[in-house]
Design a protein around this ligand. Structure first.
Ligand code: ARG
Length: 474
């Protein structure tokens, strides 16, 4: 490929013209256009502009406090950065491919605006500790955002669960009718999963929240810096203890994508259930039209595209986790340019989570529940067979014998094409003489639900108590 072809594929919004490199003095010829495009990250890392400026300002203030730069330099840097932030905010900032990344683009502009003071900003710092700081600041904000969205999603699930604390639903194992549960109880399972997802993200945030700045390129700096004050200003809980580790590891990005993968796995399971429940074979729920689309050929179709896409997007988040793990596995200490490849997977993971959770927090309140269909399905799978076995056990029969007696009664019901609960009393009594007329109170769905009245059980009373507990936690 010629350089001409290479420059034809410059990313949109980035300008291709040549400028003097921040590191050009060492080199006898400029990089080729193709290499320039290959090595540049500005097309995607410009998303970190705000945190990059915040980090630079904290660094500059520390340099001034330590008398490494003058108060006058600092004032000019602060003024220049305010101009740059405004330019970026108005979409007027000119991002140059030749200036590689967000860091050099901003520094170049700063120097154009304020001269020598701009050139002093990078004292005691390297892009290696700068980017390690930026990405942590960026991810910290993303995690906080995702946590808020997760709590909104939990609230939406809780509200629906509260409305259906008494609504019976067939609980499945192996996707076969197993025992009655309440729809509220079923939804609360997803509230618990989301709670653990939040815990994992908080855990990742806590470990990540240490300041790399001061590590400089890899070994620290000869200037009398004060890292703790920078950490405080930027909201870090402390500083990274080892300079080599600070600039080079991206384990926090891997932790984040691992937590994100689990989160998406949970959303994907819920999606799969929504898709099944919405199929006419189940007919348990309907999704509002605004979360579905039609078919271009089959006029009758209403497809659950949103949950299907959430299920599908889970795959790309897993992919990002694998990508980042692989990115890191062969890297010797300390910083290597490989690390530049951490950003796109990280950004895409956060974007996917944020969009998915925003949609789900809206979609859940728009679910129409069809309790009749749930109840119909419950009447077809002998869902209270375990209750009959428990009934016999409470009358003295060993559980294994009770299980066998009920299994034979179920077989009879199957032959007759009816539910176990529909067998007559004399018929039931042929399987055990311990059965009396009161058996029907345990063979009903309501009896079965109410009987599971302990913490973690499906009884409506327990579902309401569980909802109240989660609400106080939220
Ligand atoms: N754009 C680079 C990255 O994302 C910044 C650090 C570059 N450091 C270097 N020594 N080339 O990793």
């Amino acid at each position: 490929m010629t350089d001409k072809q290479a420059s034809a594929t410059v990313p949109t919004g980035v300008h291709p013209e040549q400028t003097d490199k921040a590191w050009s003095g060492r080199f006898s010829e400029p990089v080729s256009n193709l290499v320039q495009r290959y090595t540049a990250s500005v097309s995607f890392d410009q998303r970190m502009a705000q945190v990059d400026i915040r980090g630079s300002l904290a660094h500059a203030r520390m340099l001034a406090r330590q008398a490494i730069i003058t108060a006058q330099d600092l004032a000019e840097i602060e003024h220049g950065m305010a101009t740059i932030e405004a330019e970026i905010g108005r979409g007027e900032f000119r991002w140059n491919l030749a200036d590689e990344d967000v860091h050099l683009n901003i520094e170049k502009r700063l120097t154009a605006l304020i001269g020598d003071a701009g050139k002093r900003l990078h004292t005691g710092r390297s892009r290696n500790d700068q980017v390690a700081t930026d990405i942590r600041l960026w991810l910290r904000e993303a995690i906080d955002n995702i946590d808020r969205l997760l709590s909104g999603y939990q609230r939406a699930l809780l509200d629906l669960a509260e409305r259906h604390a008494d609504t019976p639903l067939p609980g499945f194992t192996h996707l076969q009718v197993a025992q009655p549960v309440t729809f509220g109880h079923h939804l609360l399972a997803y509230v618990e999963m989301a709670g653990r997802d939040r815990g994992r993200l908080a855990d990742c945030r806590r470990r990540m929240n240490r300041l790399p700045l001061g590590a400089a390129a890899l070994a620290g700096t000869s200037f009398p810096i004060d890292r703790e004050s920078v950490a405080r200003e930027l909201g870090f809980d402390g500083v990274c203890e080892n300079s080599l580790d600070a600039v080079s590891d991206r384990d926090f990005a891997i932790e984040f994508t691992a937590a994100a993968s689990l989160l998406m796995m949970h959303v994907s399971r819920f999606s799969e259930e929504l898709i099944l429940w919405m199929s006419p074979r189940f007919g348990f729920i309907d999704l509002a039209d605004r979360y579905c689309t039609g078919s271009s050929i089959m006029p009758q179709k209403k497809n659950p595209d949103v949950p299907e896409l959430a299920r599908g997007k889970t795959g790309r988040v897993y992919g990002h986790l694998m990508g980042l793990l692989t990115l890191m596995k062969g890297q010797p200490l300390a910083y290597n340019k490989d690390n530049q490849e951490d950003k796109e997977p990280l950004f895409d993971t956060a974007d996917t989570l944020i969009d998915t959770l925003r949609i789900f927090a809206e979609l859940v309140p728009g679910i129409t529940v069809r309790p009749e269909a749930m109840r119909d399905a419950l009447g077809q799978g002998h869902a209270t067979a375990t209750d009959l076995a428990d009934y016999l056990v409470k009358r003295g029969l060993p559980f294994r014998d009770a299980h066998e007696a009920v299994a034979r009664a179920v077989r009879r019901a199957e032959e007759k094409g009816c539910d176990l609960a529909r067998l007559s009393l004399p018929e039931l009594q042929t399987y055990s003489s311990l059965i009396e007329a009161d058996v029907y109170s345990v063979l009903t769905v309501e009896g079965s639900l109410a009987a599971r009245n302990h913490i973690g059980g499906t009884a409506p009373e327990q579902v309401r108590a569980a909802i109240a507990r989660v609400r106080t936690r939220l």
